[in-house]
Design a protein around this ligand. Structure first.
Ligand code: FAD
Length: 452
């Protein structure tokens, strides 16, 4: 069979590339060895957010003293609800694939020659090849996964029941989100992080990380920072040795969830044979148009390197599809990131520290959420928004922690992508009472200083 475009990998990156190329008139096939939707839809973003939102709801009711009675989670029913959500989102993708007559082929693809894809014993020929094969957890020597009590995040979220004592290795995005989830389910949760701060992730301000740490600790999560750990035994209990700056402790739990270390998936794809270059860690090198070193091969999503997010994968797929379909499109300058922790976080662009390191002078403007009426009506007045601006008022970065941060950050990404200044934002009215009013407040404060 002959195609204009064959996409290998049916995760978010692969799906958006296939759909966009087909919208632009190309004859497209997408090959997926497991489930359409890949990591994000089946194992990561969608299931984890469904669970986190559900347990946060219960948490919220428990601190609302005007609600009578006790609200409890039925974990079995919540699991069924999560599967239903996954199915609904997947059905919606499947109907678009069929609308654009995209051939969906189930099977493991392999590539040894340019323009030829082997799957299920057949050879597909194609003008353009798109590699969208994602990334997978690494089994590290110090934390060997066993699928039983030392597991990756997806396995943990899909266990039929969760044990009491859960140790999360890694205080990055996945670690913090899972700690929020498990603690809200009344589990004893410990995070062990190697770095001296929580969320040691580019773009996340230290003050935001500390605010989230404070909230998690208030809720009872134990957090070790600056701690080198290693699993000693995992027969019955999982036993760690944890070397803190001041002592070496033994930490025990029923379940260890390892959230660190991923690697690109390129099994069966002979990148050398098709002249596609990779970086030192094996991720495929791409330019701002998602093109690899071979003009006939594009790569999108996790396999094309950091940031490993569905946000980026989605956009890179659209960009690749546009370019394959004859349009001229580039990746946006700013890719926002949302973290669904307790409290929520939204970040875009660089932090004050990163700007300083890059030699860029920036002014920081900050508004506390307790100054925004909607935060009070939602009973969530903690947190703040910070933006960093240059001398002309152009926004260079934003970090928000607090209710609604995962939505507000998109408006700031829009402002940054369009090179808007505080004075432009000051002209816009947001409806009242909403969390977005924090943007009005920040523009006003940036221009006129504190007015209350
Ligand atoms: C717990 C957790 C929570 C997350 N939450 C978020 C979030 O809230 N927001 C966000 O933006 N990101 C989030 N992420 C990251 C996000 O899941 C990934 O960045 C995203 O799924 C990557 O998409 P992709 O299309 O590149 O790859 P994948 O989703 O990994 O898809 C690749 C697909 O290719 C298939 N494949 C591989 N090799 C072959 C082959 N040879 N032949 C055929 N098929 C093949 C695989 O089966 C897979 O389905 C989270 C990650 C984790 C672990």
């Amino acid at each position: 069979m002959n195609y204009d475009v064959v996409v290998v990998g049916g995760g978010i990156g692969g799906l958006t590339t296939a759909i966009r190329s087909a919208e632009l008139g190309k004859k497209v096939a997408i090959i997926e060895k497991e489930e359409l939707g890949g990591e994000c839809l089946n194992r990561a973003c969608i299931p984890s957010k469904t669970l986190i939102d559900a347990v946060k709801l219960v948490y919220k009711t428990s601190k609302s003293n005007w609600i009578n009675g006790k609200v409890e989670i039925n974990y079995d029913k919540l699991g069924l609800f999560k599967n239903e959500i996954i199915k609904n989102v997947k059905d919606s993708f499947t109907s678009v694939l069929s609308k654009y007559h995209i051939d969906v082929i189930k099977g493991q693809a392999s590539i040894t020659r340019e323009g030829e894809i082997e799957v299920n014993g057949n050879t597909l020929t194609t003008d353009m090849t798109v590699i969208a094969t994602g990334s997978e957890p690494l089994s590290l020597a110090d934390f060997p996964l066993n699928g039983r009590n030392v597991v990756d995040p997806w396995t943990a979220m899909n266990l039929p029941s969760l044990p009491n004592d859960i140790i999360i290795v890694g205080g990055g995005v996945a670690g913090v989100e899972l700690a929020t989830l498990f603690r809200a389910m009344n589990k004893d949760v410990t995070i062990i992080e190697l770095m001296p701060r929580l969320l040691p992730v580019p773009g996340i301000d230290i003050e935001v990380a500390n605010e989230v740490k404070k909230r998690l600790e208030e809720k009872g999560v134990k957090i070790y920072l600056n701690t080198k750990s290693k699993i000693l035994k995992s027969e019955d209990k999982v036993i760690f040795t944890a070397q803190t700056p001041s002592s070496t402790e033994e930490v025990k739990g029923d379940l260890a969830v390892i959230t660190i270390g991923r690697k690109p998936v390129v099994n069966g794809i002979d990148l050398k044979a098709i002249k596609v270059e990779t970086d030192q860690r094996g991720y495929i090198k791409v330019d701002s148009r998602a093109r690899t070193s071979n003009p006939k091969v594009y790569a999108v999503g996790d396999v094309a390197g950091a940031p490993l997010s569905a946000t980026k994968a989605w956009r890179q797929g659209v960009v690749a599809g546009d370019n394959i379909g004859g349009k001229n499109n580039e990746m946006p300058k700013y890719i926002p990131s949302s973290i669904f922790a307790d409290l929520e976080i939204g970040v875009v662009g660089q932090t004050a520290e990163e700007l300083k390191k890059a030699g860029v002078e920036a002014r920081e403007i900050k508004v506390f959420m307790k100054e925004i009426p909607r935060a009070w009506t939602l009973n969530e007045p903690e947190g703040f928004l910070k933006v960093y601006v240059d001398s002309t008022g152009k926004i260079l970065g934003a970090n928000m922690v607090g209710e609604g941060a995962t939505e507000v950050i998109n408006t700031l990404a829009l402002a940054m992508e369009l090179s808007l200044k505080l004075s432009d934002l000051y002209r816009v009215q947001f409806s009242h009472p909403t969390i977005s009013e924090v943007i009005t407040e920040i523009s006003q404060r940036g221009i006129y200083g504190e007015i209350y």
